[in-house]
Design a protein around this ligand. Structure first.
Ligand SMILES: [Zn+2]
Length: 177
């Protein structure tokens, strides 16, 4: 049928990531090449890059704001738990080359303080950073595709990105719902 675009749903519902990727790989060849493909409810930054490599164009996901509300920030080097004691005197922004409002105005140490005293601004700023980080990953992905370097971008992203246990748990909890 000539729809405007096509969605892949029913993945990331508790299965291991390799199985999720396989489901996408098996589905993708059946979708028209000249229509947008949308993977429903996915994923982590690293998964977005891997799904683009498998032919997906669009995503939606609660993860950036959900983990922000648990005090977790996504970066190109994986996710970090800002509440951790390690950031008590860390006056760098969440991500050094990020231009989002949170990174331009607040340090990890101050955001950690906000989170630990239950000040809602901390959760908002982590949400601002995380959604901004997701948009940046997709902008970088589009640019890499346009100039023919997506393969290299994908390899570097996977090497640099290491998710924390907290995000793995959040992912598992989400999959259970
Ligand atoms: Zn930021």
């Amino acid at each position: 049928m000539d729809f405007d675009g096509y969605a892949i749903g029913g993945v990331s519902v508790g299965e291991p990531e390799p199985e999720m990727m396989r489901a996408i790989e098996v589905t993708e060849p059946h979708l028209p090449a000249d229509h947008p493909r949308y993977a429903m409810g996915l994923g982590t930054p690293a998964q977005l890059v891997e799904l683009v490599a498998r032919g997906v164009d669009m995503f939606d996901c609660v993860l950036p704001t959900r983990v922000a509300r648990n005090g977790t920030a996504f970066t190109h080097r994986g996710s970090i738990s800002i509440k951790a004691g390690a950031y008590k005197a860390d006056f760098r922004p969440i991500e050094e080359d990020c231009l989002c409002f949170a990174c331009r105005h607040f340090s990890r140490a101050y955001l950690r303080h906000l989170l630990n005293v239950g000040e809602i601004l901390g959760l908002r700023m982590l949400s601002v950073h995380n959604t901004s980080m997701y948009l940046r990953v997709m902008a970088e992905t589009r640019a890499a595709i346009a100039n023919g370097t997506f393969g290299e971008y994908r390899r570097n992203f996977a090497v640099n990105y290491v998710p924390t246990k907290r995000v793995l748990l959040a992912r598992a909890a989400e999959a259970e719902r």
